[in-house]
Design a protein around this ligand. Structure first.
Ligand code: SF4
Length: 343
């Protein structure tokens, strides 16, 4: 069994902090979906071998629900009421793109989990980091998702935003909890070089939030979520019982996955490979059934390092020399710093 990740590299506009591969060239969306389906045909994998599907980006909610349905049907067949109901099929979404009609259509297309990129419930901070939705839209879209029947909703939040105060962060967490979602991911902002936000920080427009404050923000988050019954199961992820992300958990547990789309990575337990991260070239190559993936074969030493780095991100930790090592939240503060230095 394996998870399938599908990369949708389109964004309406670029957020100030983002260095992911995505494009604001939206006109080729349909052709891109055709290319994804052509790539999938080449893979020749039966639906019974697929455990989870994650449609991420970029901004997958910019696709027409009919195109989402084409993707889900190509991978899994049309059985949305049967086997697919027990599979986790996630779509990443941005609040500005969703309406109640679109949400109903997404459910009909087979999507049963939403991961909504909210980041903050503070309009000033949302503007500062270049998000194109408002806090009101974010609230509304979670409520509409629930009305449309979604009962497995994750939201993404960010802390350590420039000029963000502890009160603003606490208010954002409280707002998220009021919305009664099942899963929450929270990331500390990192200033990636050459992003507009990094340039603004370097020009002196604002300072980075200091490390102690970031740690305190993380501690407040953990305490508030714990009090509401959330399990802190991975360094940046919290879930109510039974709602861990099954797709992402597979990454942390060294399970094989297949990546479809421009820039997407695949892993078979030993070899990691990746598609070309260029929209136009990806479409041409996939449609010509001529995709070439660059790859690397992990050595035993690399696999061991990955096992340690990924395993220590999880609540279950790792087993070394027959002994289980379980990370504390303090270890996770340190790990976060190491990861920030490495990426
Ligand atoms: S929506 Fe996501 S992928 Fe697109 S620019 Fe913003 S952070 Fe990056």
């Amino acid at each position: 069994m394996c998870g399938v990740y599908i990369h949708i590299p389109f964004c309406q506009s670029r957020c100030q902090y983002c260095d992911f591969f995505s494009t604001t060239e939206l006109s080729r969306r349909k052709e891109y979906v055709n290319a994804l389906l052509a790539e999938w045909q080449e893979r020749q994998i039966a639906p019974s071998e697929i455990s989870t599907v994650y449609i991420g980006g970029g901004t997958p909610s910019l696709l027409d629900p009919q195109d989402i349905a084409r993707i889900v049907n190509a991978l899994l067949g049309k059985d949305t009421g049967g086997t697919n109901a027990t599979r986790e099929i996630t779509l990443e979404a941005n609040p500005g793109d969703l309406t109640i009609e679109k949400l109903v259509a997404l459910r009909e297309a087979g999507i049963n989990r939403l991961s909504i990129g909210i980041q903050s419930f503070d309009d000033r901070l949302l503007r500062l980091i270049g998000r194109r939705h408002t806090a009101a839209q974010a609230r509304e879209v979670v409520c509409q998702s629930q009305e449309a029947g979604f009962d497995n909703i994750s939201i993404d939040l960010m802390y350590g935003l420039p000029t963000q105060t502890m009160d603003e962060w606490t208010a954002t967490i409280d707002e998220a909890l009021r919305l009664q979602v099942q899963h929450l991911s929270a990331y500390c902002l990192t200033y990636e070089e050459n992003t507009p936000l990094h340039k603004r920080m370097m020009s002196g427009e604002f300072d980075e939030v200091d490390e102690d404050t970031e740690n305190t923000m993380n501690d407040v988050l953990c305490a508030k979520l714990r009090a509401k019954g959330f399990e802190h199961y991975e360094v940046s992820n919290f879930a109510l019982p039974g709602y861990r992300s099954r797709h992402n958990s597979a990454y942390w547990n060294d399970i094989a996955y297949i990546g479809l789309g421009a820039g997407a990575h695949s892993y078979d337990g030993r070899i990691r490979s990746w598609n070309i991260a260029n929209l136009n070239e990806y479409i041409s190559l996939a449609m010509a059934h001529n995709l070439h993936r660059d790859s690397e074969t992990l050595t035993e030493e690399q696999k061991r390092m990955e096992y340690i780095m990924l395993g220590m991100r999880t609540k279950e930790g790792i087993v070394l020399d027959g002994k289980r090592i379980v990370p504390t939240e303090q270890d996770w503060h340190v790990l976060n710093r190491i990861i920030e230095q490495l990426i």
